[in-house]
Design a protein around this ligand. Sequence first.
Ligand code: HBI
Length: 98
Amino acid sequence: MSRTRLTEDEITTALAALPEWHREGEAIVRTAETASFMTAIRVVDTVAVAAEELDHHPDIDIRWRTLRFALSTHSAGGLTGLDTTLAARIDDVLRTTS
Ligand code: HBI
């Protein structure tokens, strides 16, 4: 997966397939409510495995049952395919973790 910055058109196209995510500056962000604090921790643990597999890591904010994920490619100073790929993986984890 490339660490080449996405164009605005590429970002717009990617976000159309990631309706839970929105732009915040050079990042994409989503929040999620989980069933419990322990569910939130299980989500974070599984996301951590995906992040390690991709060698690409989200900023994660954990507040009881509310998770906030922010993705950007620090080394590229903006968004790359790694961010959109990991965003989709995070959505899958949120859908499948209880
Ligand atoms: N995660 N979000 C993000 N951005 C990066 O640039 C990045 C990362 N995880 C690891 C990584 N870069 C690798 O280049 C490390 O080897 C530094």
